[in-house]
Write a protein that binds this ligand. Structure first.
Ligand SMILES: Nc1ncnc2c1ncn2[C@@H]1O[C@H](COP(=O)(O)OP(=O)(O)OP(=O)(O)O)[C@@H](O)[C@H]1O
Ligand SMILES: [Mg+2]
Length: 296
């Protein structure tokens, strides 16, 4: 069982497209998968044809304590479930501010659901921010996948992102690892994409072994820019339903094969959540060394 948070605080880098289509590809390859939409924009839910209005149950009700995850999930295809978001989820950031254990609400709810319904994958689509919803995803996850659009500023943002992961690892979830980096909206054949990919690989090679990203894989499957991927959400379909022969379907299918191939190497965990510690209010700035390395 793998719990994967798809995260990048930068907007529009392919988090939702990757969460949805990777989830659908894994389901197509025989895994039991649940996508948890943690973005109030609810694009992931809509992408798989689930529209929630404010009077319908969503993951918001799980955060507010009025429902269980199993009560809000939808079966959207063979082996594929969605826990939808709704606009109400925007209020969760504010409502949970003073709640005790606010960082582990999702993790506890997930453990309860998994007792009744074993799954192979839970994929969490995070919002483009590092607020309480993303912290909940990182606390509930074993792994982080980072979608990255290869340009220079993407690497600068990555430094902050990796530090956030390290902070969560220290405070809330010692088992959390950045295990995969997905290159999205990839412009094949461009010098910039190749250069940024090289810089990324050399940064990872130089990272100390005790960082949560030390053994991260940059997936060989590059997700090329493909218009069919951008069209599919408006039909409420994954790329495999919408255009199964497109480049987008090929790329996400290949990515899922790589993700499945990692399974043996990934050690699952069920650590005791009582061993977690409250998060400090302020987040420290990324260390200068990372910034310098990326700026080099
Ligand atoms: N490989 C691709 N080819 C073409 N269009 C893409 C591709 N990946 C994503 N898109 C499009 O780019 C836009 C942003 O993608 P997406 O919504 O997946 O990013 P995001 O990181 O989830 O954004 P946000 O931060 O707003 O949640 C969307 O319109 C999506 O359809
Ligand atoms: Mg998104």
């Amino acid at each position: 069982m793998r719990r994967i948070a798809v995260m990048n605080q930068k907007g529009g880098v392919g988090k939702t497209t990757s969460s949805v289509n990777l989830a659908a590809a894994l389901a197509q390859q025989g895994r039991k998968v649940c996508l948890v939409d943690l973005d109030p924009q609810a694009h992931g839910s809509l992408h798989l044809g689930v529209e929630t209005h404010s009077d319908e149950p969503s993951v918001y009700d799980v955060f507010s304590g009025s429902r269980k995850l199993r009560e809000v999930r939808h079966l959207v295809g063979e082996n594929l479930w969605v826990i939808p978001a709704s606009l109400d989820l925007a209020a969760t950031e504010v409502e949970l501010v003073d709640a005790p254990n606010r960082e582990i609400v999702l993790r506890q709810a997930m453990q309860e659901m998994l007792k009744e319904q074993p799954l192979d994958y839970i994929i969490m689509d995070c919002p483009p921010s590092l607020g309480v919803l993303t912290v909940n995803a990182l606390t509930a996850a074993d792994e982080v996948f980072i979608p990255l659009q290869p340009h220079f500023f993407a690497l600068q943002g990555l430094s902050k992102l990796l530090e956030t992961t390290a902070l969560i690892t220290r405070r809330l979830n010692r088992n959390l690892k950045v295990s995969g980096i997905m290159l999205c909206l990839f412009e094949t054949g461009t010098r910039l994409a190749a250069d940024v990919t090289d810089d990324l690989l050399s940064f990872l090679r130089q990272s100390p072994q005790d960082t949560p990203w030390a053994n991260a894989t940059v997936f060989n499957s590059r997700i090329r820019r493909n218009i069919k991927l951008a069209e599919a959400p408006s039909f409420g379909q994954s790329i495999f339903q919408y255009q199964p022969k497109s480049a987008g379907a090929m790329d996400y299918g290949a990515l899922a094969t790589e993700v499945i191939a990692m399974e043996k190497a990934v050690v699952g965990h069920d650590s005791d959540i009582s061993q977690t510690f409250p998060m400090p209010a302020a987040k420290p700035a990324p260390p200068a060394s990372d910034q310098q390395r990326f700026a080099a």
